[in-house]
Design a protein around this ligand. Structure first.
Ligand SMILES: Cc1cc2nc3c(=O)[nH]c(=O)nc-3n(C[C@H](O)[C@H](O)[C@H](O)COP(=O)(O)OP(=O)(O)OC[C@H]3O[C@@H](n4cnc5c(N)ncnc54)[C@H](O)[C@@H]3O)c2cc1C
Length: 382
């Protein structure tokens, strides 16, 4: 692919592919690891990845990570997703890791980043029923009491909370009329009294959760960053979050492409492989070009960030996220069409590709939000 693939990174990619072939190269093996597709995050497998140093790629060695960089982190996300490793909540845990790395106290970093690098999960709870794209509308309340805060309220859509050891919770510590002020991040272990986690029924089975906080005490030692500063902290982390979403989606896109390509070479109608029909050939050529555009954009941005972390701008991160997530969605939907009725059956993996790619254009800032961010950079604000 692009020039980012140095010899060392090529070895990393090959090693991940080899690992994936050995651990879950067949549909039967994947079904065994996922309770027949019902549980898309296999804890034991994820811990194996962590032991190999692949989970903490961009986490400092001081905190148990590999201390590599954003390019390596993206390569791991892309390749593990392409290989269908059932480790669904890796990306969300890496998004949380970024927050602790930037704003955590030394003690939090030692505890939480080490734990993430070792293969434990940390969820992030920002969204609420009335605070989706409009993040500043957060109402989950953390009232200041002696020694900490008492949290009451609801969060929704929290990916992987049911498998996480803690949640990075964004809540309102000051009911100021300035909506972007008075927000604070709290690090809340999931077994804290007053935390209830309830699954949301989605196309993707048990993936996201509602969280209910009832008189939940969180000590002041669990504040991440500054009290009242969560808006700024969130905004500064969103760009990295978008690269993570883009890398995951790129893996999804490539995987859907590999699957459909394989299919159209095998499937024969009218006495020939359907891949030889011009309409299918051209569509695949177009989709391959779309993947390459996404890849070039993502790794160009990731490489620039590794060279200078301050260089990451909202425009580039939003472009990378927008492009990769929309491409993944398009390829899986077109892939299903090109596979005819068989694409719609669970006999093939395209159904899973569609299910996983659809929410990526919603999650981590919907496409419309990304387009607004991009348009703002050339002076078109709404
Ligand atoms: C699978 C999945 C996993 C998720 N995981 C997490 C998680 O781990 N943690 C977390 O905090 N959240 C998570 N989310 C929530 C996700 O970030 C929100 O769904 C997203 O921010 C959109 O919010 P909403 O669903 O309330 O939609 P809304 O904000 O109600 O948007 C509905 C539609 O209106 C459009 N829209 C909204 N505002 C505008 C505007 N100003 N201009 C143009 N169009 C607009 C949107 O683009 C969208 O198409 C997850 C969501 C999903 C689906």
């Amino acid at each position: 692919m692009t020039s980012v693939l140095t010899a060392e990174r090529q070895v990393l990619v090959e090693t991940i592919r080899d690992f994936a072939r050995r651990e879950c190269g067949t549909r039967e093996e994947r079904r065994a690891l996922t309770d027949d597709g019902r549980d898309m995050h296999n804890v034991e497998l994820y811990k194996k990845l962590a032991k190999l140093g692949w989970v903490g790629m961009d986490i400092d060695e001081k905190y148990g990570g590999a201390g590599a960089g954003v390019v390596e982190e993206c390569l791991v996300l892309e390749e593990t997703t392409r290989a269908r490793l059932p480790i669904r909540f890796m990306s969300v845990s890496l998004i949380s890791a970024g927050i602790y790395a930037r704003y955590g106290t030394e003690q939090q970093k030692q505890e939480v980043l080490r734990s993430i690098s070792a293969g434990n999960l940390v969820a992030i709870a920002i969204s609420e029923p009335e605070a989706g794209s409009d993040v500043a509308n957060i109402g989950c309340r953390a009232a200041s009491v002696k020694g900490g805060f008492v949290v009451n309220g609801q969060k929704t859509w929290t990916s992987g909370a049911h498998k996480s050891e803690r949640i990075c919770l964004v809540c309102r510590t000051d009911p100021t009329p300035q909506r972007r002020e008075g927000l604070t991040m709290l690090s809340v272990p999931t077994d804290t009294q007053g935390v209830a986690i309830s699954p949301i029924d989605t196309m993707g089975d048990h993936e996201v959760n509602d969280l209910y906080f009832t008189d939940c005490f969180v000590s002041e030692g669990n504040v991440v960053g500054e009290v009242g500063n969560a808006w700024q902290q969130l905004m500064s982390g969103l760009n990295k979050e978008r690269l993570i979403a883009a890398a995951f989606s790129l893996g999804l896109a490539q995987r859907a492409f590999d699957d459909v390509l394989d299919y159209v070479k095998q499937r024969r109608q009218f006495g020939r492989a359907i891949g030889s029909f011009q309409s299918i050939r051209h569509r695949l050529a177009e989709l391959a070009t779309e993947i390459e555009c996404s890849r070039l954009l993502l790794y160009a941005v990731a490489q620039a960030v590794d060279a200078n972390p301050e260089s990451l701008r909202p425009r580039q991160a939003s472009m990378a996220k927008f492009k990769a997530t929309e491409v993944a969605k398009r390829i899986s939907l077109e892939g299903m069409q090109m596979m005819g009725g068989y694409g719609y059956t669970r006999e093939y993996d395209m159904v899973e590709d569609v299910i996983q790619s659809l929410p990526m254009t919603i999650y981590a800032g919907a496409t419309e939000v990304q387009l607004d961010i991009i348009a703002k950079t050339f002076g078109l604000a709404g």
